[in-house]
Design a protein around this ligand. Structure first.
Ligand code: PEP
Length: 251
């Protein structure tokens, strides 16, 4: 049975002190959430060590939001998978649309980053999703299929045990426009079919696929009720512990 997960992507928000307070509030409220639901907070790199202390011994897992596409060495300003692992984090988000859009993240780089992350023992939340132009041109299935294949088809069924996919339509991120439950479900089902074609039905059934894009306590229930939506990757609403936990209570 695949795992239900709610992951908070804090993006470039909060100071370290604010992040520690937010993490403490999430840990404090986490007992309200049914045991089967995984909770992850993805903090800025600068916060990982401090937040790791807060979540230690709790059910809340810690994630980075990116990693370098090189193992180590003369890559000024980059943060390697081993550095992330050494903070206590156990996950990294990869391929978020903001990184694809603003920082030139290509599928090729994502293959390398995913390879390094898995080799270091980090689990990966791989984001895919079409932009508004692609949606309006009716290319959303094709775009998401291509992004999924371009990265994940370089990995094995065994690797897929440590990979979660997040479908995040770019037009719904931070815009207040949520994909309808039907729009999200049809893409999630498509991703699962793509995975089944490559890795077999069982791997596809066991892979957690999250929805992300203006998900909040008021719309999470309808989204999470869909058969192929296994939780959420949450941006804005993850910055308030009550909202984040409220979403996690929506299964
Ligand atoms: C995100 O960026 O991963 C995201 C889903 O953002 P928001 O919830 O703010 O739309």
């Amino acid at each position: 049975m695949r795992k239900k997960i709610v992951a908070g992507n804090w993006k470039m928000n909060t100071t370290v002190a604010e992040g520690v307070e937010l993490a403490k509030a999430v840990v404090a409220k986490s007992a309200e959430v049914p045991a089967g639901v995984g909770l992850i907070v993805a903090t800025p790199f600068t916060h990982l060590v401090s937040v790791a202390e807060v979540v230690k011994g709790s059910r809340v897992e810690l994630s980075a939001q990116n990693c370098a596409d090189k193992e180590k060495g003369a890559y000024t300003g980059e943060v390697s998978v081993n550095m992330i692992k050494s903070t206590g984090a156990t996950w990294t988000i990869l391929g978020h649309s903001e990184r694809r859009q603003y920082y030139g993240e290509t599928d090729e780089k994502l293959v390398e980053k995913t390879r390094l992350a898995l080799a270091a023992g980090l689990k990966v939340i791989l984001c895919v999703g079409e932009n508004l132009e692609e949606r309006e041109a009716g290319k959303h299935f094709e775009v998401v299929k291509n992004q999924t294949e371009a990265v994940l088809f370089n990995f094995t069924a065994e690797d897929m045990k440590n990979i979660v996919v997040a479908y995040e339509p770019v037009w719904a991120i931070g815009t207040g426009k949520t994909a309808t439950a039907d729009q999200a479900e049809e893409i999630h089902a498509c991703i699962r079919k793509v995975l089944a074609g490559k890795f077999g039905e069982q791997v596809a059934e066991d892979t957690t696929i999250l929805y992300g894009g203006s998900c909040k306590p008021s719309n999470a229930k309808e989204l999470f009720a869909q058969p192929d939506i296994d939780g959420g990757l949450i941006g804005g609403a993850a910055l308030k512990a009550d909202d984040f936990i409220g979403i996690a209570l929506s299964f």
